[in-house]
Design a binder for this molecule. Structure first.
Ligand code: SAH
Ligand code: DHB
Ligand code: MG
Length: 224
């Protein structure tokens, strides 16, 4: 079988039916986002469920997201936190945040999520919460700033996931665009940061060829 983009999408569709990576509220969130003119760049259903399962596996009660868009990934994360848990999602665009709040209300999750509007670097600077899982998925040139802030707002055992870290292989291009430089600088940070143990996983699927960074916050003195 050809390992091409058509196959990647078909496999994601198969997985969606086989193990259940969508439902009506998630479908409505994507439809409302498209209707409002938001770009179709939410995580895929399979990736959304992966984030959800990561948050549950980590026992996350407090989740931080950077980059809300229409709240698709936010719904997956909000469904993962135990009763009494919280998700804080940071979004630059008032319009995106407004669509996200509608989608979260539709999914019955308004009470679980705070969407905070503004440049995330500024919002993060005013925060002093402690999060169990951080999902970074906003402007890629600021990845280093976001992970640096995440280190201040987490504890050993917290999980940090950074989306779009491979970019069709452009990660390898030392002369790549600003987003590529952002993910390359992120890897430089990971290489020299004893408080993070990290890997980068390449992915194919409905969103093409990309990948994500998975980092665990560790106590450098007790690192395995
Ligand atoms: N996590 C979403 C997709 C996020 S797309 C999902 O998977 O469903 C990236 C989002 O980051 C966009 O909505 C964009 O407006 C937002 N963004 C871009 N620059 C930002 C900044 N400086 N601060 C906060 N959000 C930003
Ligand atoms: C883009 C952003 C994303 O977060 C993503 O998953 C895919 C594409 C973009 O800005 O093009
Ligand atoms: Mg993304």
């Amino acid at each position: 079988m050809a390992a091409d983009e058509v196959t990647w999408r078909a496999v994601d569709d198969y997985v969606e039916r086989a193990v259940g990576t969508s439902d009506e509220a998630l479908e409505r969130a994507l439809a409302r986002s498209a209707e409002a003119g938001l770009p179709p760049i939410a995580v895929s259903p399979a990736q959304g469920k992966m984030l959800h399962l990561m948050a549950r596996a980590a026992g996350a009660r407090r989740v931080l997201e950077v980059g809300t868009l229409g709240g698709y990934s936010t719904i997956w994360l909000a469904r993962a936190v135990a009763p009494g848990g919280r998700v804080v999602s940071l979004e630059l665009s008032d319009e995106h945040a407004s669509v996200a709040r509608q989608n979260l209300a539709d999914a019955g999750l308004s009470d679980v999520v705070d969407v905070l509007v503004g440049p995330a670097v500024d919002t993060l600077a005013g925060m002093d919460d402690d999060f169990d899982l951080v999902f970074i998925d906003a402007d890629k040139p600021s990845n280093v700033e976001y992970v640096t802030a995440a280190l201040r707002l987490t504890h050993p055992g917290s999980v940090i996931v950074v989306d779009n870290a491979v970019r069709g292989g452009a990660l390898l291009d030392a002369d790549g665009d600003a987003s590529v430089q952002g993910v390359r600088r992120l890897h430089d940070l990971l290489a020299g940061e004893p408080r993070l143990s990290a890997t980068t996983i390449q992915t194919v699927g409905a969103k093409g060829y990309d990948g994500f960074v998975l980092a665990l916050v560790v106590d450098p003195s007790g690192e395995r």
